[in-house]
Ligand binder design. Structure first.
Ligand SMILES: [Mg+2]
Length: 258
């Protein structure tokens, strides 16, 4: 399941989120949270959820930063002894990259790795674009064009990626939802069987499409960014639509008691 708009909004738990997670634990149903936001670490997510009495450990949370580093390790680090990257992103992403043994380098890196960065500048765009033109592999953590906040709809990682694509003429490899790569990693971590899995999210273009691309059933909750009329107008149809986690939880409970 996704986190933002599904389990909480800002600092407020969504109706039924706590009950749903308690039910999953009681019934021994495996679950994992998959978020495209790479700014916070799983530990930080876990702490925030625990404060809302939603008990989810850090091992049950994966973000697009972790998935990106895992992808780089499996795909590129095996072949090369030394791998360097120019990284645009928050502290969380930068420390993950460093921990994995990838060397940070600005001028002639093997990779350009881009996540959401509130300190993004023309200078960073320039460095990324020059490196990509010299042949560095261009990787983005997630495609989300916007990010909802108290101020309104803010530019997301996708907006930063678009500027570098415009400047360099190169499209990035994107790891986060709707790419099935992050879903595969998440499923593997909890040994989930595809035919018995459900993806829960509040966005059609990332969550529901990710579930669809991965080949599992999908449930849309209307507690986040999408309204019922948006959902019915979309060409991508989720298998189920619920008002919120309480609605999903009560329906799941009923169907399992049958
Ligand atoms: Mg969401």
């Amino acid at each position: 399941m996704d986190i933002d708009g599904v389990l909480y909004r800002g600092h407020t738990a969504i109706n039924g989120a706590r009950e749903f997670i308690e039910y999953l634990i009681e019934e021994d149903l495996k679950f994992i949270c998959v978020t495209n936001n790479s700014a916070k670490t799983p530990t930080e997510y876990s702490k925030r959820l625990n404060k809302m009495n939603i008990n989810i450990g850090e091992n049950n949370i994966i973000n697009s930063g972790i998935a990106t580093v895992e992808f780089i390790k499996n795909k590129f680090l095996k072949e090369k002894e030394r791998l360097s990257a120019y990284v645009i992103g928050g502290d969380g992403l930068i420390s993950l990259i460093k921990e994995s043994g990838i060397v940070l380098e600005e001028n002639n890196p093997d990779l350009v790795v881009v996540g959401w960065d509130v300190n993004f500048t023309y200078e960073k765009m320039k460095k990324a674009s020059l490196a990509i033109q010299r042949g560095a592999i261009y990787i983005g953590t997630n495609p989300d064009t916007t990010y909802p906040s108290e101020e309104g709809i803010l530019p997301g990682c996708g907006a930063i990626l678009a500027s570098i694509t415009t400047a360099s003429g190169v499209e990035p490899i994107i790891i986060g939802k709707p790419n099935p790569l992050i879903m595969e990693m998440a499923a593997k971590r909890i040994s989930a069987k595809k035919e018995k899995s459900l993806m829960i999210g509040d966005r059609i273009d990332t969550d529901i499409l990710a579930g669809r691309n991965f080949g599992i059933q999908t449930a849309l909750v209307l507690s986040g960014v999408i309204s019922k009329s948006d959902a019915t107008m979309s060409t991508i149809k989720p298998d189920y639509i619920f008002e919120d986690m309480m609605d999903l939880y009560l329906n799941l409970k009923k169907s399992r008691e049958r």
